[in-house]
Design a protein around this ligand. Structure first.
Ligand SMILES: C[S@@+](CC[C@H](N)C(=O)[O-])C[C@H]1O[C@@H](n2cnc3c(N)ncnc32)[C@H](O)[C@@H]1O
Length: 482
């Protein structure tokens, strides 16, 4: 069933049409969000825009209605990665069995869609961006910083395999025509591309075929020019089993890249950091520690968004500490350039998490992204690191009221470690997330009221020690048998 409806568009609307201030219209905004944090994002939408968001069964997306006067507020959301305006939406699109018929229907769909309102929002959005001094010119995808690419190489590729999602942009390339258009800007030819993302195993067509055929029909209907890299409009064709959503992109690049300028091998998306921070509900004057901060993505997002708390970011790796310092300085400079004198409530330290230079029972929240043992550390080391980490965090954390929010993909090791810490930590809630294709857990723990130093969990017995003792015992038995 289609949820939109401003009438069939037999005549193509123009993308450059003007509207007046009284032309406030209501549209549906779609947002991609970190998988697992859909409800957190919906909560943020309710809090900041005052509307209810619908969480899509296609995980990692939410939809919510806005009137166009609220468009700028949508860009202030911290839990959303990419934004688009919905042209039309079908819960149960009647795909035909044969590929030919389905692709024909997708072609016919292009001229039947209610484009007018979505194009108006796209135009308003562009005006907003220009006012804010955003990048001008083509909307093409930006190259990732090289170190960020390193992370994606390892983690994002697995994402595609895991979710069986195809993403393709397909259109006849008319770049030579585009050179001519650029040379004569007065012609104001709209350049566009169609991006299709498809998930589901019952489709008779590929995302590339859908993008190509639907895109061809869009081109014919609007007389726009296709351009894969320097496009003004990106039309999105999202297909998830029998759900189809057609949209127009409102963001050029994911909003998760907002804070970090110095990337590390496992830099966390700021949108995911925001979700983790919301889980621990920072209070004014809370002392919040990220004891394994890497590039500082979590405490930096906290210092910006929940700035009545104070953040301490630490790591045992010099390069990580330097990156955090550089990231903090970069944001401070950006703020100073804009005339803001306020500093960020954050400090950076080099330390070993297993023996923190922090007073017992003095920290309100510990929040960190632990080494998964894949790209960072090793699964073997985690068997020692995780219990040590939980124990030292329990020491510095305030009994009774303190919290920890911990992200890890090494669920087996974490579960084992936490099961032995019942006297110090209580598991309150787990959010299952997708971190670059890896299924990970964000664990919310509450510090029990037990005084540190008075529970059996305080006694440290490393796996190594146990093994050594066993080896000694075996050796003695071996000696005896001779
Ligand atoms: C998964 S990374 C954190 C990434 C970070 N969230 C970011 O966005 O860049 C884990 C970090 O733990 C640090 N680490 C590992 N063992 C540590 C220890 N014993 N003490 C302090 N930091 C440690 C590593 O150096 C690494 O930077």
């Amino acid at each position: 069933m289609s949820l939109q409806g401003d009438g069939a568009a037999a005549e193509p609307p123009t993308a450059e049409m003007e509207s007046t201030a009284s032309d406030t219209i209501t549209v549906t905004i779609g947002a991609t969000v970190p998988t697992g944090f859909e409800h957190t994002a919906a909560e943020e939408v309710h809090e900041k825009i005052g509307v209810d968001a619908h969480v899509s069964k296609d995980r990692g997306r939410i939809y919510f209605p806005i009137t166009t006067d609220k468009l700028f507020q949508v860009h202030l959301l911290r839990s959303v990665d990419n934004l688009f305006v919905v042209v039309d939406e079908y819960d149960h699109y009647p795909f035909k069995e044969s590929k030919g018929e389905t692709l024909n229907e997708l072609q016919e769909l292009a001229s039947k869609l209610p484009w007018t309102n979505a194009l108006e929002v796209w135009r308003l959005n562009r005006t907003l961006k220009k006012k804010k001094g955003y990048r001008k010119g083509g909307n093409g995808p930006k190259l990732k910083p090289s170190s960020e690419t390193t992370e994606a190489d390892g983690e994002q590729e697995e994402a595609a395999v895991e979710s069986q999602t195809e993403v393709e942009s397909g259109m006849p390339d008319t770049s030579s025509t585009q050179d001519a258009v650029e040379a004569a800007p007065e012609a104001k030819v709209i350049r566009f591309r169609v991006t299709c993302s498809r998930a589901g195993d019952k489709h008779s067509f590929s995302s590339n075929e859908a993008a190509r055929d639907f895109g061809g029909a869009v081109q014919e209907f609007f007389q726009w020019k296709a351009d894969m890299t320097k496009f003004d409009i990106e039309v999105l064709l999202n297909i998830h089993n029998e759900e189809v959503v057609i949209g127009i992109a409102l963001t050029e690049e994911s909003l998760h890249r907002r804070n970090i300028s110095h990337f590390g091998p496992t830099t966390l998306r700021s949108t995911l950091c925001y979700g983790m921070l919301r889980l621990c509900k920072p209070q004014p004057s809370d002392i919040i520690l990220d004891p394994m901060c890497g590039t500082g993505a979590i405490p930096l997002e906290g210092a910006i968004e929940f700035n009545s708390s104070f953040y301490i970011a630490g790591d045992n790796n010099d390069m990580a500490v330097n990156r955090t310092v550089n990231n903090v300085c970069h944001i401070q400079k950006r703020r100073a350039d804009k005339g803001s004198a306020s500093g960020l409530p954050i400090d950076t330290v080099r330390w070993d998490l297993c023996s923190l230079p922090i007073r017992t029972s003095s920290v309100d929240v510990l929040i960190t992204d632990m080494p998964f043992g894949k790209r960072m550390g090793s699964k073997k080391k985690n068997w020692d690191l995780y219990p040590n980490c939980l124990r030292e965090m329990a020491r510095v954390c305030r009994p009774g009221s303190g919290k920890a929010v911990l992200l890890t993909q090494d669920k087996k090791c974490f579960s084992k470690a936490i099961s032995r810490m019942g006297g110090l930590w209580r598991k309150v809630h787990t959010v299952w997330v997708n971190v670059g294709g890896l299924h990970a857990g964000v664990y919310l723990l509450r510090r029990t009221g037990a005084v540190f130093g008075q529970t059996p969990e305080d006694i440290y017995e490393s796996r190594g020690t146990v093994n050594i003792q066993e080896e000694v015992k075996n050796e003695n038995e071996h000696v005896k048998s001779f």
